[in-house]
Design a protein around this ligand. Structure first.
Ligand code: AMP
Ligand code: GLY
Length: 426
């Protein structure tokens, strides 16, 4: 089969790495891909968000199955457009992608169907949002309704901060149309974890849990990022907690989407707060996490491709996945300055030595090929140095040993990825 993976980050490298290993995959394309992905797939420079460009490429190259990595093309209707052209794809329709595309839609769905989540209000004007928080007080969480590249959320601990967040979204329009409406939520206290499941419209096949680190600095300091590292499984997600998340959150949501006439297909990523009252939904994403995907793929023993196809075909009930009994950790190496401004084009050395370590694979998040076989940084998050081992502690030791072999003075990483898993009391 000819497979196309849409996207060009570390998540897509992990997906390509796993799909290329499938006996079903005869030819693998990635649009646009990156220098690491080029070791697994033919990379074609078409932007992930160029829906018509993707459709034309898939059609012109007789692609049998498309796997969409990022949320933006899903929300923009790439899977619907491919389906119009008779091309099968993994991921939700635009209507079902509202589970990530509109925070207000999700909150209303949860309220209607009894899915546990933070109390909330929805607002379309700044004045009523301001008066709401004057009544509720702080801490409170302010969210732009639409896609804001992970930057539209403020956990406000003072009235002034809350009002500034409302103004940034609704008055200054910092997130454009994504901020035409906003959600204000109760602050949830607890430990965060992510849970992933494949869905085929009706059947839910649980995958695994993970935890990521969103702040840029050690000790959870500094601004939020796309994620500076992750590990799987998440210790807080005991088998009992996983059952509760499936029974109380994931399965009811999938049933609700079907009942609403928008059946959900693809991977459902539940961002959770494990509170004293039990698991509560923070948000859904309609794609694999980045960098969480980079720790799920190395743990998966079974072939991924038939599972993705079963999700698209509505036959997940016949499928069973097997997992390695190992933990995985990924450490993100980012360009100095990230998540603020940073430079591109510096050379990265030592990648082969790092990848030669036992249990290590280095996924590329933002690289491009330079002259003479060199690899150059080409993004904010640049590498995902990933390791598997019997325990999180050993996976961490391996991942950092690999990081230390990478010679890239223009980049940095956090040195404390996985602390929650290693200091469960902390
Ligand atoms: P989101 O983009 O919705 O995942 O929000 C980004 C981050 O904000 C989450 O990972 C949480 O750390 C935090 N957050 C979002 N909603 C809440 C909430 N209701 N209570 C506490 N923290 C939250
Ligand atoms: N790592 C967070 C995300 O993929 O949304």
């Amino acid at each position: 089969m000819k497979i196309l993976v849409v996207g060009g980050g570390g998540r897509e490298h992990a997906l390509c790495w796993k799909i290329a290993a499938s006996p079903l995959c005869e030819r693998l394309f990635c649009t646009p891909g990156n220098a690491g992905i080029a070791q697994e797939a033919d990379c074609v420079p078409i932007g992930a968000e160029d829906v018509e460009g993707q459709v034309a490429f898939a059609k012109g190259n007789a692609v049998d199955f498309v796997v969409v990595g990022p949320e933006a093309p899903l929300v923009a209707g790439l899977v619907d457009r491919l389906s119009d052209e008779g091309i099968k794809a993994f991921g939700p329709s635009a209507a079902a992608a509202m589970l990530e595309g509109s925070k207000g839609f999700v909150k209303d769905l949860c309220a209607k169907h009894g899915v546990p989540t933070a109390e909330y209000g929805r607002f379309v004007d700044a004045g009523s949002a301001r008066s709401f928080i004057r009544e509720t007080g702080v801490p409170v969480v302010i969210k732009a309704d639409g896609l804001a590249a992970g930057k539209g959320v403020t956990v406000a601990t003072s009235q002034a901060e809350a009002e500034a967040a409302i103004d940034a979204i609704m008055v200054e329009k910092k997130f454009g149309a994504a901020g035409d409406s906003l959600v204000i939520e109760e602050f949830l206290d607890g430990e965060e974890a992510s849970f992933f499941a494949l869905v085929d419209g009706e059947t839910v096949l649980p995958l695994a849990s993970a935890q990521d680190h969103k702040r840029v600095g050690d000790g959870e300091t500094g601004p939020n990022t796309g994620g500076m590292g992750a590990y799987s499984p998440a210790p807080v997600m005991s088998p009992e907690m996983e059952r509760r998340v499936m029974d109380e959150i994931v399965t009811p949501t999938v049933a609700a989407m079907k009942a609403e006439g928008q059946p959900y297909k693809g991977v459902l990523y539940a961002g959770l707060m494990i509170t004293e009252e039990g698991p509560k939904l923070i948000e859904f994403n309609v794609r694999f996490g980045d960098p969480e995907c980079q720790v799920l793929m190395p743990r998966l023993k079974s072939d991924l491709l038939p599972a993705l196809m079963a999700s698209a075909d509505g036959v997940l009930a016949n499928l069973d996945l097997r997992w390695h009994d190992e933990a995985a950790m990924t450490v993100v190496m980012a360009a100095n300055g990230y998540p603020g401004s940073y430079e591109k084009g510096s050379e990265i050395r030592g990648l082969e030595a790092a990848a030669a370590l036992d249990g290590v694979v280095v996924f590329h998040a933002g690289t491009k090929a330079g002259a003479g076989g060199t690899v150059l940084a080409d993004g904010g998050r640049v590498l995902d140095v990933t390791a598997t081992a019997p325990t999180v502690a050993e996976a961490r030791a391996r991942a950092y040993a690999a990081v230390d072999l990478i010679d890239w003075p223009e980049g940095f990483c956090r040195r404390d990825i996985g602390w929650r898993a290693l200091e469960p009391e902390g």
